[in-house]
Design a protein around this ligand. Sequence first.
Ligand code: FEO
Ligand code: CA
Ligand code: CA
Length: 628
Amino acid sequence: MRRKDYPTLRRDPAFAGHSRSAILEEAENIPSNPATAPTMGEVIGARYGRRALLEGALATTAITALVGPTALATARRAAANAGPETRFRFDEIAHGVDETHHVAAGHRAEILLRWGDPVVPGVPAFDPMNQTAAAQARQFGYNCDYVGFAPLPVGSNGGDRGLLCVNQEYTNEELMFPGLGGEQDAKQMAFKNMTRALVDIEMAAHGASIVEIARAANGRWRIEAESRLNRRITADTPMTIAGLAAGHDRMRTKADPTGLRCNGTLNNCAGGMTPWGTYLTAEENFHFYFWGEVASESAEARNHRRYGVPGRGYNWGAYHDRFDVAKEPNEANRFGWIVEIDPYDPSAVPVKRTALGRMKHEGAEAIVNRDGRVVLYMGDDERFEYIYKYVSHGRFDPANREANRRLLDEGTLFVARYEADGSFVWLPLVWGAGPLTPQNGFASQADVMIETRRAADLLGATRMDRPEDVEASPRTHKVYAIMTNNANRKADQLDAANPRAANDWGHIIEMTQPGDDHAALGGTWEMLVRCGDPAVAAVGARYHAATSRNGWFACPDNMAFDNQGRLWIATDQGTSWKKASGTADGLWGLETEGAMRGYAKMFFRVPVGAELCGPQFSADGRTLFLAI
Ligand code: FEO
Ligand code: CA
Ligand code: CA
């Protein structure tokens, strides 16, 4: 399939005047997965018929709870009299399009942190007309994404004090810098007045912020501006590389002949917190930061192509050779990882954990399995990419924080394959097993880690509709995986787990593993909801029939379970919101259990065009932290 990369789209008259965000979204939506793994559901919906017969009335009830427009209308009439028996007991807000945020009645929404706010003590006040990299490296960064919470003191539930851990995903220089001048040049990828100083500000605005916050007697949270724990991580922060690819030849550069040290983290998307109190941040669209030409005979050409490197979204390569793949072909191999940060120690060097695989990572919540092993579920956020999980070899030891970090260096990475009969398997990415051999270009486990995508192709994993966040219910241990959308899926590419062509709306899959064992090698799966407007038959959306005209959503992205085991869904339609839903993004409660399974209800709405990330609850569930 011909690839339209960022520069091509920038030149495309159809995108004239479009923002960086719009073009980046379109470019990231272009699949780089050439795999032709067989599609499984030749006949869509066949599995429901078969399973209903096999499992009898219970399964039939669960399936018929998710219905189309006619039953929805009937249920709405009934609901108007009775009101649904949902555990989400707030007054639902309405869909809409405006420039402000809206929250359900009886709740208060306040801004806690903004781009440019001081993070590290002693930083000058933010002056957008006189930005410097030195100041930005100590101020809150740009385009916040994941929100995590590390309780204070360590090991407490942090009811009234903790460290907010926020990803700063990417920069919109056309919005950040006054007088940048016109549109980005499609050849040089520069705005007219772009300078090295501005690029360095962008680099300082990437990464993460760690900020101590405390709850005052009036219930409001405030920043502890003088906390010694406040910290910025940027695209230049020194880091180490650990795990199966650490020190490998393909990880070495001129600046780092050891392959064990690198600078910075990029495009940090949803992450997670570990049971030992560290913060995991996911490197997502790292390919955008690289430019230059990869020679076709280059040893890394096939690898780079599979990840869309160079993505040419930024012109950093003009000022920093490491972002030019012709000059430094291995630098891109040092991105696309999960990075572990110790928020409790501001001098701790962040670590890239290569045993968790290299992809456009999204989500990394760590779970302690019933046998003590640590399990992480992860998405690779691009059209037609895969869902992964990692299972540690060792067991979590609550008394040995230091030893627990090794759990992320020694373990097995798996990729998911979903069958049409409602089963699924986790396929191990283990060197030497199956096709992961020298004949296929894998000389060691390090090669499997660096080229995780190609290894998963060879194993025949299921190509999904942009896998985003994956979370497990702490109550039922069922696992939920979000597919955000995939407009490129064609009618002849459908399978049971990705059942709609031109899927502008996304869907959520539920996985059940035998014995609630997160280390299981497979299990069964169900569709929880198919997103979009259920009142429009052509959309093919499926929710619980009692879901109101405001309860449905499009393009789910992040999610969280609250302390009552209820699931909350945050959406990100990007600049496609008009096409996907015609309304702004927001936060919805979504029932996962019982008679109301598949019922959704809208709690919060963002200014139109904004993305909603997080969500992160305080321990008592009274506060919800959101990144807009
Ligand atoms: Fe950065 Fe997958 O959203
Ligand atoms: Ca995301
Ligand atoms: Ca997103």
